[in-house]
Write a protein that binds this ligand. Structure first.
Ligand code: HEC
Length: 125
């Protein structure tokens, strides 16, 4: 049962990535709306909790690319090394999975879009 579900998940992920990778992901149309809906309320100055703790603001492309007080969260072209992809995919552990708390979760498609967008160079397109 568990194995079957794993196979199905792998299959659908493969399906999603092979469809989505045929088009260029747009920051304006695809990524920004996701961040606005699911991340911005915590990653906004002056009192968003994620902003207060890390300095990471998501009000614009530039603020996102600036990253946290510790450094950038996006390595253009490399989602494997990008902190933003690590924390939404759960690769940094459950405690660090974003979005935190009761915030609306990201869908598998949204996680995949963020990955493709970073791998395509994290463009301001
Ligand atoms: C409910 C509040 C909340 C929401 C919603 C939220 N975050 Fe965060 N975020 C935080 C807090 C708090 C931190 C500081 C680190 C910690 O406590 O885990 C943080 C830190 C981060 C970091 C920095 C991690 C590091 O190690 O430097 C990234 C990247 C991040 N968030 C991305 C996101 C993304 C992408 C979303 C939307 C999908 C999101 N966050 C939604 C609260 C939130």
């Amino acid at each position: 049962m568990t194995f079957r579900m794993y196979q199905l998940t792998t299959l659908s992920l493969f399906f999603i990535s092979s469809c989505a990778s045929q088009k260029v992901v747009s920051f304006q149309h695809d990524i920004d709306p996701i961040l606005n809906e699911k991340c911005l309320h915590c990653h906004k100055s002056p009192d968003g909790v994620g902003y207060v703790q890390t300095g990471l603001e998501m009000v614009s492309y530039d603020s996102l690319m600036k990253g946290t007080i510790f450094g950038t969260v996006i390595v253009p072209g490399d989602s494997k090394r990008s902190v933003i992809n690590k924390v939404i995919e759960g690769r940094a552990g459950e405690m660090m999975r974003m979005p935190h708390g009761d915030a609306k979760k990201l869908t598998t498609e949204e996680i995949e879009l963020l990955k493709i967008w970073v791998d395509q160079g994290a463009m301001n397109n």
